[in-house]
Design a protein around this ligand. Structure first.
Ligand code: NIG
Ligand code: FE
Length: 392
C-alpha cells in the first residue's frame, strides 16, 4: 500500500488523550501517516517517518472526519411551505411526515438514489466521513425495504425506521400497523439494516408500542436506537436505556430521572443531540451542559431530513451547540466525532490514532475552535475518507 504523510498540521485533534493534550489529545505541529485505508502513525511532524507521498497542510488544523450518527436521507420532495408556515408561528408536529411519505413513495429508485448521493456528498464537503441514515418515509414493506437497499449502497450504517409514524392506511388501526412493522416489514428490511429505531412521541408511537417494535428488531439481530423526548416528556429515554439502545436521540425534554438514567447508562446509550431540529422548528435547545455534568455520553448530529432539520452541516450543529447548548468548543468537536462513533459503536472512526480508519479533514483555520468561532464559514478544505483524498 502506498503511504502518504500529511505534514505541517498546525493543530491536530486525535481524540486520544494518550497522544496529546487534554481530552481531545491535541498535538501542535503534527503529522499523520496514512497507509492505504488506515492511519499508520501520528505524532510531531519533526519525528514523522518517511512516506511515498507528502501533503503539506500549511499550518491548517486537522480533525477526525465527522461522524453524523443520525440522518434521514431517503426521501423525495421538500417541505419549504411547512417551514415557511412555522416561521410565521405554526407549530411543528409529527404529522408533516405524511407529506414526505407521499412524495417518497411516488419517486423512482433512481431519484431516491440521486437524492441520497447528493446529500452524502454535501455532507462530505463539510467534513462528514461517516453518516448513518434511516428509512421511515416509505411505511410499506416494499417502500421501507427499497429505501434501505438504496441507502446500503452509500453507507453501512442503515437504520430501519418503519415506526416513524403510523402509515396513513392504518390510521384507524395502529395495532395492525405495529404488527406489520414487527412482522412482514421487519422481515423485508432486516437484510439491509444494522439498527432499528422508533419515533417514541405523542402523535407517533407510545412506550409500549415502541418496546414491542424495538424488541422485535433485537430478536431479528438489529440494535435499537430511539427518537426520544423530542417534542415533549415521554418514556423514550428510559426505554432506550433499559433496552441497552446505542443511542437516545433528541433528548430535548428531560426530567431529572431521564438525565440520571442516561448518566447511569453512559457506557451503552449515547445521548445524541440534534440542534438542527430545534433551530428549524424554533424550539428550545436541549441542555447539553446538564447531560455532560451528570456524566452522560453526548453526541452531536444533524438529523438531516426535509421536515424538521434540513441541514447536512456538522459545523453548523457544533456552532449552535457551543453558542446555545452550553458546550465548550472542545466538547462539541468531541461529540461530533468520537461521540458519533460511540453512538454507532464503532472503535475505528471518530479518532486519528494508529489503526483507525484514515478519515480526516483539514480546516482553513489554525484551530478546531474556529468551527464554532467562525459560524457559517466553509472551513473544511480537504477530506480523506478511508485514505482517499476526496473532492480535490
Ligand atoms: O428526527 N422526529 C422524527 N423524525 C424526524 C422528523 C421527520 C420529519 O418531520 O419529516 C426528526 O426530527
Ligand atoms: Fe430524526
Amino acid at each position: 500500500m502506498p503511504t502518504t504523510v500529511v505534514t505541517n498540521i498546525g493543530s491536530l485533534v486525535t481524540n486520544d488523550p494518550a497522544l496529546g493534550d487534554g481530552p481531545l489529545g491535541l498535538i501542535q505541529d503534527a503529522a499523520v501517516v496514512l497507509d492505504g485505508e488506515t492511519v499508520a502513525w501520528v505524532g510531531p511532524a519533526a519525528q514523522a517517518p518517511a512516506a511515498d507521498t507528502a501533503h503539506d497542510a500549511e499550518g491548517r488544523a486537522a480533525i477526525p472526519g465527522f461522524v453524523d450518527s443520525h440522518s434521514h436521507l431517503l426521501f423525495a420532495g421538500d417541505r419549504t411551505q411547512e417551514f415557511n408556515a412555522r416561521m410565521s408561528g405554526v407549530p411543528y408536529t409529527a404529522g408533516g411526515i405524511r407529506t414526505t411519505v407521499a412524495a417518497t413513495r411516488a419517486a423512482s429508485d433512481d431519484a431516491l438514489d440521486a437524492n441520497i448521493r447528493r446529500y452524502v456528498t454535501e455532507a462530505l464537503r463539510q467534513g462528514t466521513t461517516t453518516i448513518e441514515t434511516k428509512s421511515g418515509y416509505g411505511l410499506t414493506p416494499h417502500d421501507e425495504a427499497r429505501a434501505l437497499r438504496i441507502a446500503a449502497a452509500h453507507t453501512t450504517e442503515t437504520t430501519y425506521l418503519g415506526a416513524h409514524i403510523v402509515a396513513p392506511e392504518y390510521a384507524d388501526d395502529p395495532a395492525g400497523y405495529v404488527a406489520l412493522v414487527t412482522g412482514e416489514m421487519l422481515e423485508a428490511c432486516a437484510p439491509y439494516a444494522r439498527w432499528v429505531d422508533v419515533f417514541c412521541e405523542r402523535g407517533a408511537f407510545d412506550g409500549e408500542q415502541a418496546r414491542a417494535i424495538l424488541t422485535a428488531g433485537q430478536k431479528r439481530g438489529l440494535v435499537p436506537r430511539v427518537h426520544a423526548n423530542q417534542l415533549g416528556h415521554g418514556p423514550g429515554v428510559q426505554l432506550a436505556v433499559e433496552l441497552g439502545a446505542a443511542s437516545a436521540d433528541h433528548c430535548t425534554h428531560l426530567t431529572d430521572e431521564d438525565v440520571d438514567a442516561l448518566a447511569a447508562g453512559a457506557r451503552q446509550t449515547v445521548a445524541t443531540l440534534l440542534p438542527g431540529a430545534e433551530f428549524s422548528t424554533r424550539a428550545e435547545y436541549p441542555d447539553a451542559r446538564r447531560l455532560l455534568d451528570a456524566g452522560a455520553t453526548v453526541a452531536l448530529s444533524t438529523d438531516c431530513n426535509p421536515g424538521s432539520s434540513f441541514t447536512t452541516s456538522m459545523p453548523f450543529c457544533i456552532a449552535v451547540a457551543v453558542r446555545d447548548m452550553g458546550m465548550t468548543p472542545d466538547e462539541a468537536i468531541g461529540a461530533a466525532t468520537l461521540g458519533g462513533a460511540k453512538a454507532l459503536r464503532r472503535a475505528d472512526i471518530g479518532r486519528i490514532t494508529p489503526g483507525a480508519r484514515a478519515d480526516l479533514a483539514l480546516l482553513d483555520a489554525p484551530s478546531h475552535v474556529h468551527l464554532a468561532y467562525r459560524p457559517g464559514v466553509p472551513l473544511v478544505s480537504s477530506v480523506w475518507r478511508g485514505g482517499v483524498r476526496e473532492l480535490v
